[in-house]
Design a protein around this ligand. Structure first.
Ligand code: SF4
Length: 310
């Protein structure tokens, strides 16, 4: 039966109330998904929300590792991923067995895992980081210890430059952010000479070197709100343009690359959120044997973040 968007939204809102559900959406999701969410944000903001929510059900509009993180932090809640196949290609580049082998080569090393990793990889890690707190988390680690950073070599390299800490980098990367090249940034700078370049640190080193600021998606949104600048070249996944334009109607935002589109972040539609709430699918549950260990690096990160934010 055909339903208009308005009918679908009305049914989602009814079920959201009946099931005491909260809808969380990543900043890269489609505009229609961000608009219906109770909260849209970056990975750190979403994990903080998931940890604190009083809802019984979390509908997580993002990719699988995010829903897993929500389940790890709120094991007594039902976490739903509306499209079960939505995965992160970068997270899938690291595996627990490979990480165990790397740890065996560097006994005593601390493992810092980017939140974009599977629960199995988190279970082998000591501390989790997100793009908004990675530098602070790395700085918090004892200086006499080696650090293994997994899976994003670009974020890892950026942290090394910013902290002066030498790290052993897993050679994973985001296939979306590597499309943001230095040549594109130079071209955009010529086209928009007054614009600031705001870039996600998953981007390649040569591109970050040309940015004015390297920021998480939450950081990009905050900077755009607070800056007096009127034009911005946005070097991250283009889903963020929706909220940037919504929050700053008088400012101009130019995508550094129209090719920076993450297919996994575009699969969830309003009809999927509705089906998810109707059928309570797809539940994301990390098996307790892995969860008990995978929870620890995330909790350590949230505690350290709370300490630094005081
Ligand atoms: S944009 Fe990159 S890091 Fe983010 S979900 Fe997509 S593949 Fe993963």
């Amino acid at each position: 039966m055909f339903q208009t968007d308005q009918e679908i939204i009305a049914r989602i809102n009814k079920l959201r109330a009946e099931r005491n559900a909260v809808i969380l959406a990543h900043n890269y999701e489609l505009g229609e998904v961000q608009d219906i969410a109770d909260f849209a944000g970056d990975s750190l903001e979403l994990s903080q929300k998931a940890a604190k929510t009083k809802a019984d059900v979390i509908v997580f509009c993002g990719v699988k590792f995010m829903a897993e993180t929500a389940n790890l932090l709120s094991p007594d809640k039902t976490v739903l991923l509306p499209v079960a196949e939505a995965g992160c290609d970068m997270a899938d580049m690291a595996d627990a067995e490979g990480l165990r082998q790397l740890k065996a080569q560097h006994p005593g090393a601390i493992v810092a895992c980017y939140v974009n990793s599977t629960a199995e990889v988190k279970a082998e890690s000591d501390i989790c980081v997100t793009s908004s707190n990675a530098i602070a988390m790395i700085k918090s680690l004892p200086e006499d210890k080696e650090i293994i950073f997994v899976p994003d070599m670009n974020l890892g390299r950026y942290c090394m430059e910013q902290t002066g800490r030498k790290m052993i980098l897993w050679e994973g990367f985001c296939p979306v952010h590597v499309r943001i090249t230095a040549a594109q940034i130079r071209r955009r700078r010529t086209e928009y000479p007054n614009a600031q370049v705001l870039m996600h640190p998953e981007s390649p080193k040569e591109s970050i070197a040309l940015a004015d600021y390297a920021l998480s998606t939450g950081g990009i949104l905050k900077h755009a709100r607070e800056s007096n600048c009127q034009e911005f070249i946005i070097a991250t996944e283009i889903g963020i343009m929706h909220r940037l334009q919504q929050e700053n109607p008088d400012k101009k935002f130019i995508a550094a690359s129209e090719q920076a589109v993450c297919p996994a972040m575009k699969v969830i539609r309003l009809k999927d959120i509705l089906a998810s709430l109707e059928n309570m699918k797809t539940k994301v549950v990390v098996p307790e044997k892995i969860a008990a260990k995978a929870r620890q690096p995330i909790i350590r990160m949230l505690e350290e973040t709370a300490r630094l934010q005081k």
